[in-house]
Design a protein around this ligand. Sequence first.
Ligand code: NAG
Length: 287
Amino acid sequence: MTSTQEADLSLRPYLVEYPYKYNFLMNEPQRCEQEKPFLVLMVPVAPHNRKHRDVIRSTWGGQSSVLGKELRLFFLLGLQTGDGAELLREQLLQESKEHRDLIQSDFLDCYKNLTIKTMVMLEWLDSYCSSASYAMKIDSDMFLNVPNLIKMLLEAPETNYMTGLVARTSLVLRNQDSMWYIPEELYAESQYPPYALGLGYVLSLDLPKKLVEASRHVRAFYIEDVYLGFCMKHAGIPLYDPPSWDFFHSFPPYSRCAFSKIVATIINENMDRIWLWKDFNRPGPYC
Ligand SMILES: *[C@@H]1O[C@H](CO)[C@@H](O)[C@H](O)[C@H]1NC(C)=O
């Protein structure tokens, strides 16, 4: 075996099957066109994770109009195979009928395929939702302050806009034990280009087309948010810093006052999200 072949073999775990023509198994092709939202919230979630979806539907994702702006929520799912897959498929169809918010594509849903999920999301936004003004991709374990997000967007550029918690000097991790270890043969430079952390980022809806186009020229990389950074760089579009660094800061312990000032944050996994939502929305001053 030549050394190039050896190198290729060792990189096999990092291969991402994209670009590739995946198919939508569940889709909502008309909702954006008919309901004309200003903002769409896109939440990637594993197919079996109904509980997370229900919590989001009954908290921040359940609002359809905020400060006079329409917003809609969609979940992005891949495919689950193996035991129970057939039952799950039926449950998902039922859930989709009930809520009309599931987008499912036929790639295998797993951590290493998050880049595929992100790119399929962008393809979907480009095909079915380019009439909206902005999209926010947000993870299911986050808290979202929708009024603050809308206020931020009302002041934001209308095109070539992407912001969030922007990492500008992120080092490539070379420790093999790291979850984000990257061998030098895969990416030789010591820093990544600027990218918005995947927990939650916002983009104007002219960007999906440009990023999908860029992805045809930039080899897929399994760390999905870093990959979008590569695509932004290829497209020559700089990322914006949020108007306030507090908007996307990651772990403020919960208090009504702290959460009234942010846009999005991770919620500690031990918190009861329904309780938190009720407490946050009770009347009275936040601070
Ligand atoms: C990612 O999805 C593709 C397409 O379904 C599949 O062939 C591949 O095995 C998946 N990757 C992993 C690591 O499961």
